[in-house]
Design a protein around this ligand. Structure first.
Ligand code: AMP
Length: 427
């Protein structure tokens, strides 16, 4: 049996890889517009970072990590997310002693031992941002506006943004007790996971995906009613700012991040119609995280978008089609003796930023034209006896079939002109 890619992983093959490039470029461009700079961290970290930085009570840490020992017996883990790595890097490089706030974006593969299905993989890709150093609700609003702009930049205009506030540890304490009191009589009706959550972290019962658990706890108290004055004001300000700038959202009592260092704003963004895994991104404020991993007391907020799901949404919304993929000019060699001339022409074109290629399979002239057509080259440049002797090239427009002669001296401006004309005709 031939060896296949491991379960839950896949290859990104051409031409689909071009769509990935387009997606990444557009997201990076929005991040640039908002003043973010890229951070790259290792694909693996010491396991302890995630145990402390993501939290041992989470599904990620308790069930989904790819953890292994290296040859020196150190426990390492393939990163399941990037926020903990960013916080670790911030502390390691004392980034907080420079200009605040710190605005970072990242992009890359993450690893979780999850049950594979459509939109859920074991190696998947996230594009995310983190802001460290500001506790202002205006940052929360800006981060959310940027996330919505990222979706718009890839043609996704319809979204559902779910928003909640999980308060601070002190408002959560009073809420926790109210929730425990409410759930206690129904505890036996909860799924086995939630029975354990009830003991360890009852807030997480709220975001259990099992409908039976929701049923059992109907009428549960709302976290919103337990927010302290500061947290209530913070959430109010975020909502007002979003409304004022035309960003629609739904308040969602069930959206919680159960760990102590998550504070205030929590959110998730969904694209309707892409199946069960409709959450394309999520995030929130984590004012306690940096301190929890032995750093300074520095507030933070961030989100991560799942690129597989964004691509799925782009496919379904037909916003993927228009990306040009491949070469712009094909150089067809009519006589084998002109191979070197063809190579010089190719190098000249490429140096001028024009994507160009030729045949390397000894195809005859007619077969070269067919090949150029299959590659989707809009222009074919013919190099034959006549052309070489008189110092020009014949350029054939593969759509209109029109042919023109361009002198070698005017090659680059001539081709650029023809490419532009062709693009205008296609538009
Ligand atoms: P999280 O870090 O769990 O909040 O995830 C943020 C986003 O990453 C989600 O909204 C998904 O779009 C994406 N994501 C998370 N886990 C997976 C997975 N196993 N496969 C594909 N995408 C994922």
């Amino acid at each position: 049996m031939p060896i296949k890619a491991p379960r839950g992983t896949y290859d990104i093959m051409p031409p689909v890889s071009r769509s990935w490039q387009v997606l990444e470029e557009r997201l990076k461009e929005v991040a640039r517009l908002y003043g973010y700079q890229e951070i790259r961290t290792p694909l693996f970290e010491y396991t302890e970072l995630f145990e402390r930085g993501v939290g041992e009570g989470t599904d990620i840490v308790s069930k989904e990590m790819y953890t292994f020992y290296d040859k020196s017996g150190r426990s390492l883990t393939l990163r399941p997310e990037m926020t903990a790595s960013c916080a670790r890097a911030l502390i390691e490089h004392s980034a907080h002693t420079g200009l605040l706030p710190i605005k970072w974006f990242y992009y890359g593969p993450m690893f979780r031992y999850d049950r594979p299905q459509s939109g859920r993989y074991r190696q998947f890709h996230q594009f995310g941002v983190e802001v460290f150093g500001s506790a202002s609700p205006m940052v929360d609003a800006e981060v959310l506006m940027m996330m919505v702009q990222m979706l718009k930049a890839i043609g996704l205009k319809e979204y559902r943004l779910h928003l909640n506030s999980v308060g601070c540890p002190s408002c959560r304490d009073s809420y926790r007790q109210a929730l425990l009191d409410h759930i206690k009589p129904f505890c036996k009706e909860l799924c086995p996971d939630c029975q354990q959550r009830y003991q360890q972290n009852p807030l997480r019962v709220l975001d259990c995906k099992n409908p039976g658990c929701h049923q059992a706890i109907t009428g549960y108290p709302r976290l919103l009613d337990h927010l302290c004055a500061d947290c209530a004001r913070h959430y109010q300000r975020v909502q007002e700012t979003l409304k004022g700038h035309g960003i629609s959202f739904l308040h969602d009592d069930q959206l919680v991040r159960g760990l102590d260092y998550y504070t205030n704003t929590a959110f998730e963004i969904h694209i309707p119609g892409i199946g069960a895994q409709s959450a394309v991104g999520g995030g929130g404020r984590y004012n306690g995280l940096v301190k929890a991993i032995d750093g300074p007391d520095l507030p933070g907020i961030g989100f991560a978008l799942g690129l597989e799901r964004l691509l799925l949404a782009m496919q379904q919304n037909h916003t993927l089609n228009q990306h040009r993929n491949g070469i712009e000019v094909f150089v067809a060699v009519m006589e084998a003796q002109y191979e070197d001339i063809a190579i010089s022409i190719l190098q000249e074109l490429r140096a001028a930023g024009i994507a160009a290629d030729k045949d390397y399979m000894d195809r005859k002239a007619r077969a070269q034209m067919k090949y150029a057509d299959k590659l989707g080259a809009p222009l074919v440049l013919l190099v034959g006896d006549e052309e070489v002797k008189a110092g020009f090239v014949t350029v054939r427009n593969m759509t209109s079939k029109r042919q023109v002669a361009i002198s070698r001296a005017d090659l680059i401006p001539g081709i650029k002109n023809l490419l532009q004309q062709n693009e205008e005709e296609q538009a």
